[in-house]
Design a protein around this ligand. Structure first.
Ligand code: F6P
Ligand code: MN
Length: 361
């Protein structure tokens, strides 16, 4: 029976018992969950949310005089409104805001920073494919209001991270540094119920996810890895691989947590100004922590994602994450490319012009 499974609140009480400021962190995560429930309801309404012909590009006013906002703006406001009032956060950073959001003067400031992407993969909304919200919680241990630099903490300093996926069911997948756990929204009773405790990613996999339309821009180690996967049983991997690309990071990471796999949005040469597509603070770091807490690995291809020192709040970063052994292999391919050991050895004594060419002997 559902009532015998822990709710999110019960889970948080049990898992945070004894942790510093446990009640505050629990309360914040409950606020985030309330925002997620609201977003789930809005997303599920789809086009019904907009009374006009199509979702507007900008805020419009409907026949009832109500302001209708595009979903990315609306979901951003939903998170801000649910989390600003409780005296739990000192400030927030959102993918939708250029600058950090200061807590309004009529609310108390707390000791946490909330960093989030309110609607990830939002291009999938129009085609009714799963989207999600991603969030990360950092500490802010001073009384002073946070400035942008206070958010620039490496991913291993996150004290909680998670995502919500709005698919056939709405799920919240969460870590407070004690494993990765999945909760399913029971819409009838309005609670998140622990349905996927202690998720574990198999260390090996035969499934990869990458946008292959970018293939010509990839670096050689990524070309090598994907090429070998595609060669399948007839190549050095000696087994066939499957490929998936949903173009929704939340859905991609969710699949990896459920059945393994590797996800890559690597560094490429498409736009030299961008070192990757995904954002470090509110996409890569929370996902890397969730994956690592489930026994997987999160990397830039060249080293652990969680060790990267952020330089700006909207910084982009290359992302390789998923099954441990596969991510380690991709890191090895990057190392071998950098030190030249992935190229066949050509001896200066035995090359084409050499006196020692077999036919010259
Ligand atoms: O927020 C970025 C994002 O939408 C991710 O959710 C997704 O993995 C990626 O971009 C999709 O990229 P592309 O448009 O190259 O397929
Ligand atoms: Mn996003």
């Amino acid at each position: 029976m559902f009532y015998q499974r822990p709710t999110l609140s019960k889970f948080l009480i049990e898992h945070l018992r004894g942790a510093p400021s446990e009640q505050d962190l629990s309360a914040l995560l409950v606020d985030v969950a309330a925002a997620v429930k609201t977003i789930a309801a809005v997303v599920a309404k789809g086009q019904l949310h907009f009374r006009g012909e199509a979702a507007p590009d900008r805020a419009t006013v409907n026949v009832h005089g109500e302001v209708q906002k595009p979903l990315d703006v609306l979901t951003n406001e939903i998170v801000l409104r649910h989390c600003e009032w409780g005296g739990l956060v000192a400030g927030m950073v959102s993918e939708e805001l250029d600058e950090p959001y200061p807590i309004p003067a009529d609310h108390r400031r707390g000791r946490y920073l909330l960093v989030f992407d309110p609607l990830d993969g939002s291009s999938n909304i129009d085609v009714n494919v799963s989207v999600g919200s991603i969030f990360s919680v950092l500490r802010h241990d001073t009384e002073a209001p946070p400035g942008p630099r206070d958010y620039l903490q490496p991913g291993h300093r996150q004290i909680a991270a998670g995502y919500a996926i709005y698919g056939p069911t709405t799920m919240l997948v969460l870590t407070v540094g004690n494993g990765t756990h999945g909760f399913t929204l029971d819409r009838e009773i309005g609670n998140f119920i622990l349905t996927h405790p202690d998720l574990r990613i198999p260390s090996e996999t035969s499934e990869f996810a990458i946008n292959t339309s970018n293939e010509r821009f990839w670096e050689p180690p990524v070309q090598r890895y994907v090429g070998e996967c595609k060669e399948g049983r007839s190549g050095i991997r000696e087994r066939d691989f499957n490929m998936r690309w949903i173009a929704s990071m939340v859905a991609e990471v969710h699949r990896i947590l459920m059945r393994g796999g590797v996800f890559m949005y690597p560094r490429d040469t498409k736009d030299p100004k961008k070192p990757g597509r995904l954002r470090l603070l509110y996409e890569a770091n929370p996902m890397a922590l969730l994956v690592e807490q489930a026994g997987g690995r999160g990397s830039t291809g060249r080293g652990p994602l969680l060790d990267v020192q952020p330089e700006s709040i909207h910084q982009r970063i290359p992302v390789v994450l998923g099954s441990h052994e596969e991510v380690e292999r991709i890191e090895r391919y990057h190392r071998e490319f950098e030190d030249g050991t992935d190229r066949p050895f050509v001896s200066p004594l035995f090359n084409e012009r050499s006196l020692f060419r077999p036919e010259a002997l």
